[in-house]
Write a protein that binds this ligand. Structure first.
Ligand code: PAF
Length: 282
């Protein structure tokens, strides 16, 4: 695996692969890789011939009181992990390479509506930062395929909408959430939890499963399911930002048909954790 830090170097490598007829699959990340990220690379390997991963902690998607400065940065381990997973090219740019005029003055991409609900309501500007960096990375890497985890379900939905709205020639692949044995979804932020908080964490997925069970049994009292999930998590000791039942296709209010998703965001002390569960319906 080769590691490069400049836009010019990535373009040169990827254009040569395209010229040779290869399909290029891309996995954007913020580094501090774990088994969840490896599963994204594995998904990429099923769809492409050459694999690019980016490691970039994007300042634009962090709010002023969020963990940008402290976000875990482990480039040497990340490089080893990507090479072992079969990645061909790792792109690890500096902030100045990506935002030469500073993130504050950069052109921004916004997906209206979807970016302002759920996590977007609690983290103003977050999804604008995500949509902007993903657009820039797509222009830099020019991939045929890009893989995103279902754990960040709202992010995945926003990127799908953005790609469709802006006619980007990139196929978006969703990779299932990777969980610990007790159901807790893997995330770089899990390492912030102390032992007591970690012991509480599986309750998040358990609450989603309880909601999903009611929905699968045909319960359509969505407000009551949301209230029950919210109360259960608050009683367990979480600060709950939302526990919401939505249409899986567009995160709108649930209707009588179509797939559903239950999404949750909670806080344990300073750590914010999100998860979701899908419910198929005809
Ligand atoms: O999901 C992430 O790790 C980030 O939001 C992404 C997509 C790499 C953009 O910075």
């Amino acid at each position: 695996m080769e590691t490069v830090a400049t836009i010019a170097a990535v373009r040169e490598r990827v254009r040569a692969w395209h010229k040779a007829g290869h399909r290029v699959a891309f996995v954007p990340t913020m580094g501090n890789l774990h088994a969840g990220h490896v599963s994204l690379i594995e998904a990429a390997r099923r769809h492409g011939d050459r694999f690019v991963a980016s490691i970039f902690v994007n300042p634009m998607q962090f709010g002023p009181n969020e963990d940008f400065a402290h976000y875990p940065r482990t480039p040497t381990d990340d490089e080893r992990m990507l090479a072992a997973a079969g990645c061909d090219l790792m792109f690890m740019p500096t902030v100045a390479e990506i935002y030469p005029n500073g993130p504050e003055r950069a052109t921004r991409v916004e997906v209206p509506g979807l970016s302002r609900i759920l996590d977007g309501e609690v983290r103003p500007g977050h999804f604008e930062g995500v949509a902007t960096i993903v657009t820039k990375l797509f222009h830099i890497v020019e991939p045929d395929i890009a893989v995103f985890g279902e754990k960040d379900f709202q992010q995945l939905t926003i990127i799908r909408r953005m790609v469709a709205d802006l006619c980007m020639p990139v196929q978006i692949i969703a990779a299932p959430t990777v969980r610990e044995a007790d159901g807790f979804a893997k995330s770089s932020r899990n390492q912030y939890l102390n032992a007591q908080e970690r012991a509480l964490a599986p309750r998040i997925y358990q609450s989603l499963q309880a909601g999903a069970q009611r929905l699968r049994a045909g319960d359509c009292d969505y407000a009551s399911i949301e209230r029950a999930g919210f109360k259960e998590l608050e009683a367990a000791g979480f600060r709950v930002d939302y526990y919401a039942v939505r249409q899986a296709a567009d995160l709108g209010s649930p209707g009588p048909a179509g797939g559903l998703v239950v999404l949750v965001a909670v806080r344990l002390r300073n750590t914010r954790l999100i998860d979701n569960i899908r419910i198929e319906r005809s």
